[in-house]
Design a protein around this ligand. Structure first.
Ligand code: SF4
Ligand code: FES
Length: 387
């Protein structure tokens, strides 16, 4: 029996395989090959351990989770264990029969990501011709199967001006929830930052669009809004605090406090192939490293928000400063905040629009582009390339 309160939810990255190639993918720059993936029984065993620990929800993600032929079996196991299942998908591999099979297996909810409202731009950003129309069709299958739908809209400089029509598209698709999320700059997003960072004016306009849509759609559709850190005054309470509420399991079974934690050099994450989930959650060194407030430097240590935002995001502190133990520079109280805001403003004006697409082949280039002078991730250059 664990002494820690259990995690509320698990992000299960079933695979890093994905037909889309989004340049802001939250997967690590070093992608896991399919030969390393956990098998069906290993995922089912993990879910059993999670249920025993007290986990209530599993987000089935990737890569593209529907690339796994055993997804129905994994969903059925979760259902039997009483765990709520949310499928986070690009949708392009789904058809009506598979959506219905997943619903029959007990799937509770589907989240589909859209890259834009305009087809040509959407397919360019996702790096997948025909993807946008496929997603629209699958959204209808999801609603037709009686499943609730969340539309996820990742926004950045190259699509932000169309946010009003993106929200209207989600309404027309009968979404119950819309998530408008500014790109987070680690992993692939960091490698593509100059092509993605919005201007300050775009961010102000997006804030107003979301506020107006929330007021107009109140009572019908919930709109979640993930603000862009680089222009913020205070950081987000990333993951509700390190190793406090969530954990991620990678395709090969590594257990992380968040989806990007593997980008932090120097932390060793344990695998469910080597140690029970409850032990990792409670006492793994990497989980304990930034849990709570004891690890905090000033200004967090004496700040009255330290148990509200938990010092912000460790992965962002590492990506920008090369020091995961630093105050998140998204915080205006960080000595590095002004430099980050200036960097964002400068990059937003560069006019760069070419992407390094997420792919196994582009791993080395992406790692190189993530290393920049000044506010650079010091450990990134030493990270392994593709296997
Ligand atoms: Fe949060 Fe630390 Fe900034 Fe205070 S100083 S607001 S705890 S990040
Ligand atoms: Fe890892 Fe924020 S994404 S702590």
């Amino acid at each position: 029996m664990s002494l820690m309160p259990p995690p509320l939810a698990i992000l299960a990255e079933l695979t890093h395989r994905c037909p889309l190639r989004c340049p802001y993918c939250s997967n690590p720059v070093a992608l896991a090959r399919s030969g390393d993936e956990l098998g069906t029984q290993e995922w089912v065993d993990l879910l059993r351990q999670a249920a025993a620990l007290g986990v209530l929800q599993v987000h089935l993600s990737g890569g593209e989770p529907t690339a796994r032929k055993d997804l129905e079996a994994i969903v059925a196991a979760a259902r039997e264990l009483g765990i709520y299942t949310n499928l986070i998908t690009s949708a392009v591999l789904l058809d009506q029969a598979r959506v219905e099979a997943l619903a029959a297996a007990g799937l509770d909810h589907v989240q589909i990501s859209f890259q834009d409202s305009e087809e040509h731009s959407a397919d360019r950003i996702g790096g997948y011709a025909g993807g946008h129309e496929k997603k629209r069709a699958v959204a209808a299958f999801v609603r037709g199967a009686g499943l609730p739908l969340t539309v996820n809209l990742v926004v950045h400089r190259q699509n932000l001006d169309r946010l009003p029509s993106m929200i209207e598209m989600a309404v027309a698709l009968d979404a119950r929830r819309i998530e408008v999320a500014h790109v987070q700059y680690y992993g692939w997003g960091l490698a593509n930052r100059a092509a993605l960072v919005p201007t300050r004016a775009q961010v102000a306009a997006a804030d107003a669009v979301v506020a107006e849509a929330r007021a107009r759609l109140e009572g019908r559709i919930v709109i979640d809004y993930v603000v862009p850190d680089y222009y913020a005054r205070r950081p987000k309470p990333c993951m509700g605090g390190w190793a406090r509420q969530f954990l991620t399991v990678t395709p090969s079974g590594k257990v992380l406090p968040c989806h990007a934690a593997d980008s932090i050099a120097g932390l060793i994450f344990e695998s469910i192939r080597e140690r029970p989930l409850a032990e990792i959650w409670e006492s793994s060194e990497a989980f304990r490293r930034f849990r709570g407030t004891d690890w905090m430097p000033e200004p967090c240590r004496s700040c009255d928000r330290r148990e509200i935002d938990w010092g912000g995001c460790r992965c962002q502190a590492f990506a920008l400063l090369g020091d995961a133990a630093a105050t998140d520079p998204a915080c205006a109280l960080s000595p590095h905040h002004e430099a980050v805001a200036a960097l964002a403003a400068a990059e937003s004006e560069t006019g760069v629009d070419a992407f390094v697409y997420r792919s196994f082949a582009n791993v080395v280039e992406a790692a190189g582009r993530a290393v920049r002078p000044g506010l650079a991730p010091r450990g990134a250059a030493a990270r392994p390339g593709p296997g």
